[in-house]
Design a protein around this ligand. Structure first.
Ligand SMILES: Nc1nc2c(c(=O)[nH]1)N[C@@H](CN(C=O)c1ccc(C(=O)N[C@@H](CCC(=O)O)C(=O)O)cc1)CN2
Length: 293
């Protein structure tokens, strides 16, 4: 991602709308007339869903104060004309991200590392765990808020109420389930629609649910994988954002698969979070459009 000069402000415009001729022309003409300089433009025309998707990165002179407000007011007419769902984001504005974790912390630790080195430009609002802080002995939380929200079948709804209150209080925009092993209620998934990412430790749609590596070992697979997806009320069925696989052999034990799987999970979740943070992922029904880096 090219770092903008101090004289420029970069914006990401993401669009989804019914497909018809003239969309690109209307958007690029509007941007030109608004003083925008297009740096990246990608589009996808889904002939099956008959929907059109576009991601445009453009720069404007930073001296232009109030540009985003004017843009939103003026672009609304074009959006209405084409039936667009759209977002405009200042690329330098970091999204506010909450990380949830259970017993296994490898993905959470990896996200913290990539946050520290700037690879994931985000504001971490809190780390929330359903296990006590001692579970993560030795993890440097860098002063980040840490909330232990224990959960049992009997206290699930109370715990989710606390979690949701925290999401609202911290103005969290994205919730990441970094091997958080609790099924979110339909109510909470609805509130977090399109802004809650889970890492499932299998190459979905294979081996949904619990213990996928043990399921894979029993099946005798030659590849294992991980899948990052948006969370919906249908367990492990949400729109897939990123996947990857590793070859395994007949001699690998379930523990070998768990060990080899950790590396896949880390890189798949990190890629998915990075794509989401940069507005590269657009929902397309039960699927996603992911514009490449
Ligand atoms: N509403 C959704 N919630 C969650 C999803 C999802 O897609 N929709 N993904 C899961 C992650 N997951 C596998 O990746 C998963 C997590 C937990 C369970 C499960 O059976 N949990 C038990 C409790 C287990 C425990 O306490 O150790 C439960 O919630 O009753 C299955 C799959 C995250 N949530």
């Amino acid at each position: 991602m090219a770092s903008p000069s101090s004289l420029q402000t970069q914006f990401v415009l993401s669009i989804a709308c019914p497909d018809r001729p003239g969309i690109v022309a209307a958007v690029t003409t509007f941007l030109f007339e608004a003083g925008g300089n297009i740096l990246e433009a990608q589009q996808f025309d889904d002939l099956q869903s008959k929907r059109f998707f576009m991601r445009v990165v453009f720069a404007i002179d930073s001296q232009e104060t109030g540009f985003a407000e004017r843009f939103r007011d003026d672009f609304a007419a074009i959006a209405e004309r084409f039936g667009m769902e759209w977002t405009l984001r200042d690329r330098a504005e970091k999204r506010r991200v909450m990380i949830l974790v259970s017993k296994f912390d490898h993905c959470m630790v990896d996200l913290l590392y990539r946050w520290r080195n700037g690879e994931l430009p985000m504001e971490i609002t809190a780390i929330v765990a359903n296990h006590p802080r001692e579970t993560y002995a030795g993890v440097d939380f860098a002063g980040l808020r840490f909330h232990h929200l224990p959960i049992t079948k009997q206290t699930k709804m109370e715990q989710e109420t606390e979690l949701w209150d925290l999401v609202r209080e911290t103005k969290t925009e994205l919730v990441v389930l970094a091997r958080y092993m609790q099924v979110l209620s339909d109510g909470l998934t609805a509130k977090l629609n399109g802004r809650c990412i889970n890492i499932h430790h299998s190459f979905l749609p294979g081996f949904k649910g619990a213990k996928p590596y043990h399921q894979a070992h029993e099946r005798g697979v030659k590849l294992i994988g991980a899948t990052a997806h948006y969370v919906t009320s249908d367990l492990d069925e949400g729109p897939i954002i990123e996947q990857d696989v590793e070859r395994i052999s007949h001699g690998d034990t379930p523990d070998d698969l768990v060990r080899k799987g950790r590396d896949i999970e880390r890189r798949v979740l990190a890629r998915a979070v990075r794509y989401h943070l940069d507005g590269r992922v657009i929902l397309n029904g039960g699927k996603t459009v992911v514009f490449s880096e």
